[in-house]
Ligand binder design. Structure first.
Ligand SMILES: [Zn+2]
Length: 143
């Protein structure tokens, strides 16, 4: 482990960390010792697939991303400080694990169900905190 140059901190330190490229996010998973499937978040009490306790599960750090399942453009802020319009989507980040995320593209027209997304850091102005956003994996889409 090399020490990070930046003082940035993840908004949800149990879920993800900044990858070495300084922009992508790695997600933390737990691999079930009974069925070998991945669970997320890694600190879940039991395997989301078979219910086995995850206390001695192997922890895995994998590049964050997944398959876009469906999405919708929101015109009303669901949480304080949320920019609108904003695109929310369901992303399959591992087999059997679907998380809701914000898709950082200017227009939902560039999105298609089934497309690959990757997780990137969204740096907040205050506090050196970064959150998680998804962008298309195969395009250099500016935030
Ligand atoms: Zn399991």
């Amino acid at each position: 482990m090399t020490e990070s140059q930046t003082p940035l901190k993840p908004l949800h330190p149990t879920l993800y960390e900044l990858a070495e490229d300084g922009r992508s996010l790695n997600f933390f998973f737990a691999q079930c010792s009974a069925c070998n499937e991945l669970s997320f978040p890694a600190n879940a009490p039991g395997c989301v697939h078979c219910g086995e306790p995850l206390s001695d599960a192997r922890k895995l750090t994998l590049p964050g991303g997944g398959e876009l399942l469906e999405f919708v453009t929101l015109h009303v802020a669901l949480v304080p400080g949320m920019a609108v319009p904003s695109i929310a989507g369901d992303v399959r980040i591992a087999r059997g694990i679907i998380e809701e995320g914000v898709i950082a593209v200017p227009d939902e027209k560039v999105l298609k169900p089934g497309m690959a997304l990757k997780a990137v850091a969204e740096i907040r102005e205050v506090g050196g905190i970064y959150g998680c956003r998804f962008v298309p994996a195969d395009a250099e889409v500016a935030q």
